[in-house]
Design a protein around this ligand. Structure first.
Ligand code: FES
Length: 106
């Protein structure tokens, strides 16, 4: 049985609109997104194609483009959108409380 917990990642204002930041927690890396309409999302931090940090990629509307081979993922669902990526990105519940970004991880 896995235990889920809410972890504080950053302040909401730490992420610019249409941007992504890296968040490391214990031995894991996450990507925290703020889309053009200021909705926040969280996913695993590495591309599923190779071990590349998505936080150095480009956010365009609801899509993150990997900086290495320009593969794309749908940010809300993690679905692979453009080759060479073909494995979806794991996403995590996220919420804003008192100006803090919290993500739920297991
Ligand atoms: S490492 Fe991300 S598309 Fe290749």
């Amino acid at each position: 049985m896995s235990i889920e917990q809410w972890i504080e990642a950053c302040a909401a204002e730490d992420i610019d609109v249409e941007d992504v930041i890296r968040f490391d927690y214990e031995d894991r890396t996450f990507a925290i997104y703020r889309t053009a309409n200021s909705i926040y999302y969280a996913s695993d931090g590495y591309c599923t194609h190779e071990r590349v940090h998505l936080a150095t990629g480009l956010v365009m509307d609801d899509v993150i483009e990997c900086p290495k081979h320009n593969g794309r993922f749908d940010i809300p669902t993690g679905a692979a959108k453009r080759r060479p990526v073909c494995i979806a990105l794991k996403t995590y519940p996220i919420k804003i409380e008192e100006g803090k970004v919290l993500i739920q991880i297991d």
